[in-house]
Structure formats: C-alpha cells, structure tokens
Design a protein around this ligand. Sequence first.
Ligand code: ADP
Ligand code: MN
Length: 253
Amino acid sequence: KVAKADAKHQKIHSEKRRKDSSDRKTGNEIFDKITLETLYKLANQGYIDVLNGAISTGKEANVLTGITDDEKFVAVKIYRIATSDFKKMDYYLKGDPRFNVKTKNKRKIIYSWVTKEFKNLTRLHTAGVTVPEPITSSNNVLLIEFIGDEDGNPAQPVKNQPPQDPDDFWNKLLVQLKLFVNEAKLVHGDLSNYNILNLNEEPVIIDVSQSVVLDNPISKELLERDINTLVREYTKLGVETSFDEVWEYVNPK
Ligand code: ADP
Ligand code: MN
C-alpha cells in the first residue's frame, strides 16, 4: 500500500511500462538491453513486481529496492556491464576452485561474478552469518533480502550510522567474523564499515562478491587486510582492540 501509490515507482513488466520521459531516461542511464530483459524475466517469474528508486549507485553496481507481488521489499543489485572491473573479477575468480573461468568474454565474467556473490551469500547464510538472504540471481542481476525497516527505508552502512554502543557492536561483529571464517570458510576481502549495515544496532555484512574460500592462496592476505581495516575503524570509534587479539579469536584453521 505504501509503494504502489508513489508515481516514481516503475512497473517493470514491459507491457505495462509507460513511455513517459522519466521512464525512458531511467532506461537509458541505468538499464542496458540485457539488464532490462533480465528484469522482465524476473518479473515474469514472479520475483519482482515494481522497481523502486536506487539505494546506491556504486562504481560497478546499482542497488535498488524492488517490491514483490505480495508487497514485500527486496534488494536488487545490478552490475553494470559497461563499468565493471574485469581485471579485479578475474583475479578473485581464478583462485576459486568453484569457478573455472577461462573466458575473456566480459559478460560471462560478470555472470560468474554475480553467481559467486550468490553462492557466497548462500554459504554464509547457511553458516549462520547475518547477511542478506539470497533469493535468486540471473545474468548481471542479484536479488537478495532487503535490509531495512518495514516502510522500505534501507539500513545505513556503519560508516554513515556509527553504533550507539561501539563495544557491544564490535563484540557482535567479532562473532559474525568468526562464523564467516570458521563456519562458512570464507574471507570477505573488502570488509569495512562501508560493507557492514547497522540494522537496529545489529551488524549485517554485505557485498561478498569478492569473498574467497580459505583454500584460495590469497585468503590469508585478504583476512589480514580485513582485520587491519576493522581494527583501525573500531579503534577510531573508541574500542580497545588489536590485530593479534582479533586474529587469535577468529583463528582460521
Ligand atoms: P557496491 O559494490 O556498490 O559497494 P554493495 O553490495 O556494497 O555494492 O551495496 C551498495 C550499497 O547498497 C550498500 O552500501 C547499502 O547501502 C545498499 N545495500 C546493499 N545491499 C542491501 C540490502 N540487502 N538491503 C539494503 N541496502 C542494501
Ligand atoms: Mn560495498
């Protein structure tokens, strides 16, 4: 009821699309042909009914709020084929035994990248880490649980919304980090307060496309970097901690 009254909301079923100027503009700027086709497919399969405005416009991906047929919010992460960093994707994909990407086809690399994020989320969710629950992925589009309130306001990254009780939040985060490494056997690889959402003072870890399995030869280096980043950020927030303390606690086996 909140959603459908808003004129900015965009029906994505092709037959229902209105060809007003804002519609066309969105189409040109955000969605290329493949993205549109993928979104139509997801709409026809019943995953999304309405696409809302953007939560975030990043370097490589846009995140939008979607609304399902039964009026629930979902997060729609759309990788932009034109501006993706294929060198980075290739670097993180090639050490992963789950993927065998020998192609130079940029589109296929992105699709593997999205599949990797989906698989990582599945693995993390199964291990009990608080991440958005993955719903489905197709081509360059990833559908995941919306993290926010029931009116559709997204939870903010900790960077923008620091915890009220940093020590308490840090302890919760360490529990998540330990599960991440020891249960899911993954290393995040880009962990910082930009990729941790503050959901009512509970940490929710996001953005796991680059996360690697412990077997990946670069995992140790990435874990060291992640821990250093967190220690720096949370020390600034007033938490007393150190690299050794966190490394010891997380204790990757
Ligand atoms: P990027 O590669 O652009 O950094 P992220 O996965 O970090 O992509 O998402 C970018 C931003 O989108 C996040 O900082 C957060 O504000 C928002 N976001 C991402 N996933 C969700 C989600 N599941 N629910 C609510 N907001 C989200
Ligand atoms: Mn991010």
